[in-house]
Design a protein. Structure first.
Length: 56
């Protein structure tokens, strides 16, 4: 979790190392008030993906 908080690992690798599901890991992060890594570039990519899938 420390490596995730320091932006040294992505959420997928961090949760693998912790031996947790994505949901469990996100709950743990929330309980420790560690913000998810999500910035404007991530939002733009998500919007692009949704448009390509015809969901926007």
């Amino acid at each position: 979790m420390w490596l995730y908080a320091r932006r040294r690992l992505g959420i997928g690798k961090a949760r693998d190392l912790a031996g947790m599901s994505l949901w469990e890991f996100r709950q743990l992060l929330a309980s420790r008030r560690i913000s998810p890594h999500y910035d404007a570039a991530d939002l733009q990519q998500d919007l692009t993906n949704l448009r390509e899938l015809g969901r926007l």
